[in-house]
Design a protein around this ligand. Sequence first.
Ligand code: SF4
Ligand code: SF4
Ligand code: FES
Length: 323
Amino acid sequence: MKIKFRIRRYNPADAETPEPYYQAYSVEVSEGMTVLEALLKIEEEEDPTLSFRKSCRSAICGSCAMTVNGFARLTCSLQILPEYKKMGEMTIEPLANYRPIKDLVVDMEPFWSKIDKVTPYLTPTEKSIGNPVTAEAQERIDDSQRCIMCGCCNAECNSLEIDGYFIGPAASAKAWRFVGDIREGQEGRRLAKLSEEHGVWDCVRCIHCTQYCPKDVKPLKQIELLRSAAMKEGILENPGAKHVAAMADSVERVGRLDEAAMTFKTLGFLRSLGMIPMGIKLELHGKMPHPYIRPQIDKIDEVRKVYEEIDRKAGRKPGKKKE
Ligand code: SF4
Ligand code: SF4
Ligand code: FES
């Protein structure tokens, strides 16, 4: 069966076509053939100028990630026929959220510099290095250890799309690999750094990283583990931790989110003033929560019982935040 491949070409060094364009190739496809095999066939038989990265062809080196039909995929493990049957096309483009260099090759430098920022190796103390690596301790970091550095998660990250400084899902998963390691000795320092601006609190929980990771690393889960560990460590003076505390407080008090109060508690008075234009827009669309009338839900006692149970299990005295 012949299938048309639509491939995004780009060669800024070519004076005739310095802008990206799409080129079509017709490829004879057989059962089990992968997208990477089709690209190799095009390169070998039709067009040796087509550029793309690959190495292991076994889904372990992470180098062949590209955008296939709009989503980040490992091309060496993606079979063409089921994909074509599902999507009705085969469009291959470079990974999103990265700068294309030539054709399907992107600049991975920002990816590696983010990994570098999280100190991707153990920094044990004399005391922590001897901690026994039990099966249970190992299980905590099992998911994050599966990462093959393909970059698919960063390509699909909605937060990275608007803020290139965000540490991103891949580096966050790598950070948990070491924060969660029983032999690590400097978790506090790592968590404080990860809680700074552009750190783990900038994730908007869209779940794309987990959805598109080909190795089931679940980067969002690792981000949540880092956030929770940071709060347990007492790193609370940042908008993310304040937002979580304000949310929990609001639900305990009135049984629902009191968004106006949460804005003040999260951002503080001065920074909240910057939200006034958005508040006006919400008001005009009838979506502005009233800042003073916050009706408490009918069964608030049941919500508070949940909080009391959480406090009891954690060995804390029940909070007294009721109105
Ligand atoms: S869940 Fe967070 S880190 Fe993952 S893709 Fe969405 S914004 Fe990015
Ligand atoms: S977390 Fe998953 S998607 Fe992200 S770089 Fe690692 S293997 Fe790739
Ligand atoms: S070529 Fe190595 S992961 Fe695809």
